[in-house]
Design a protein around this ligand. Structure first.
Ligand SMILES: C=CC1=C(C)c2cc3[nH]c(cc4nc(cc5[nH]c(cc1n2)c(C)c5CCC(=O)O)C(CCC(=O)O)=C4C)c(C)c3C=C
Ligand SMILES: [Fe+2]
Ligand SMILES: [Fe+2]
Length: 369
């Protein structure tokens, strides 16, 4: 094992603190080849698919990738915008707004970047850039309110792997979850109430979370439990009676049993039972993406209406909602306690000189400071 040679230390260099908002990732384009590249990296992660490596290699390369890449590319094409993938656009916006919100709270010299676990900008490239910019304290903030080994755990893996060859490792902190954070629940409540103020109330609110294999729950993954707690807290904040809402799990992949009840059959049953209007919210996603804009707002909407439902409303993710950006800032602030986030005037002067002489490049990734 060899460890990288560090750049020579410059006395008087100002050390910085940084936050990295990390989301799942998304293809670079809605094309078969870009989707294939993305799916290959994503689905080769042993945290995501827990099947013995050799067996999975054959299934993935000979069955899944050849068939799914084209199908998924069509779905991505249906939600793609001029700026690109909604997931990446919303995550970049959140990083910029988080930076501004923290600056307004007095953390004027904090770097905020975004990174993707799969695809770009990749975690290793973002972490390497932060080193170049003199960041000696880094908070990793996953875009997942509920912890799962398949998502949050995998971000931890990628971070540990990156620093496995680094000699001078920065101070690292991780946000593990915020499924029951007051600010997150408050932002969800606000988003639902705003929708209801404009469009009236539904007969039933469906809270749909991304699923995981049921086996992971049996093996001790806390994700299911954290989803149910989020749902319970949101229902309480909205003063909903048990018969006014239902919790379900979407995006099942493969033949194995996943967390139940599944969203599509639940919605179909509601329509067949005579429920006229449902509103669907996806509290586990903080930004709209393929799973919400296509699977819920197109496919599940079609399932409900074609089975006798009359009115289907999709309540968008928190995205750039001011209450959510405020909550994100609160969550971040609670984890950077004790870190210097505001430079002394002399240090700021030094940094300005460094930038002028090109010694430290301005951060280009996701959000600049
Ligand atoms: C194969 C197993 C999968 C597990 C386990 C899984 C867990 C999981 N995923 C998210 C969040 C997102 N997933 C997204 C897309 C997506 N997910 C899977 C598979 C698993 N996810 C696939 C194959 C895909 C790609 C699309 C497709 O081909 O169907 C996305 C959207 C990405 C985007 O580009 O918009 C998100 C977000 C969570 C939170 C989670 C476990 C808790
Ligand atoms: Fe997924
Ligand atoms: Fe899906």
């Amino acid at each position: 094992m060899t460890f990288q040679t560090e750049p020579s230390h410059k006395h008087g260099t100002v050390s910085r603190s940084a936050i990295v908002l990390v989301n799942l990732g998304t293809p670079d384009a809605p094309t078969r080849s870009a989707v294939r590249r993305y799916l290959k990296q994503f689905l080769s992660d042993p945290r995501v698919v827990e099947i013995p490596k050799a067996i999975w290699w054959f299934i993935l390369n000979l069955i899944i990738l050849p068939f799914r890449s084209g199908q998924s590319a069509k779905k991505y094409a249906s939600i793609w915008t001029e700026e690109g993938s909604p997931l990446r656009t919303y995550t970049a916006g959140q990083a910029r707004q988080l930076h501004a919100a923290l600056a307004a709270r007095g953390h004027k010299d904090l770097t905020v970047a975004m990174a993707m676990r799969y695809g770009s900008p990749s975690l290793p490239e973002v972490l390497a850039k932060l080193k170049t910019d003199g960041c000696e304290r880094i908070l990793l903030l996953p875009a997942y309110p509920q912890y799962s080994g398949t998502t949050t755990g995998s971000i931890y893996d990628a971070v540990f792997q990156h620093y496995g060859s680094v000699r001078n490792i920065p101070e690292l902190r991780f946000v593990r979850n915020y499924h029951d954070h007051e600010g997150y629940i408050r932002a969800l409540r606000q988003s639902v109430l705003n929708h209801w103020e404009q469009h009236g109330r539904p007969d039933k609110l469906v809270m749909s979370f991304h699923g995981v294999p049921k086996r992971t729950l049996m093996l001790g993954d806390p994700y299911h439990c954290e989803c149910l707690k989020t749902a319970r807290l949101l229902a309480a904040a909205l003063k909903l009676k048990p018969e006014q809402y239902v919790v379900s799990f979407q995006s099942r992949f493969g033949k194995a049993e996943w967390l139940q009840p599944y969203t599509a059959p639940t919605v179909i049953q509601l329509a067949r039972d005579g429920v006229k209007r449902i509103d669907v919210i996806c509290p586990g996603f903080i930004s709209d993406c393929l799973e919400t804009l296509e699977e819920i707002s197109m496919e599940v909407r079609h399932d409900f209406i074609s089975n006798g439902g009359q009115d289907f409303h999709y309540i968008p993710c928190l995205n750039a909602a001011p209450a959510w950006i405020g909550a994100l800032a609160e969550i971040a602030e609670q984890h950077i306690i004790g870190w210097p986030t505001q430079l002394a005037p002399s240090e700021r002067e030094q940094r300005k000189k460094d930038a002028e002489t090109g010694r430290t490049a301005a951060l280009q990734l996701g959000a600049a400071d």
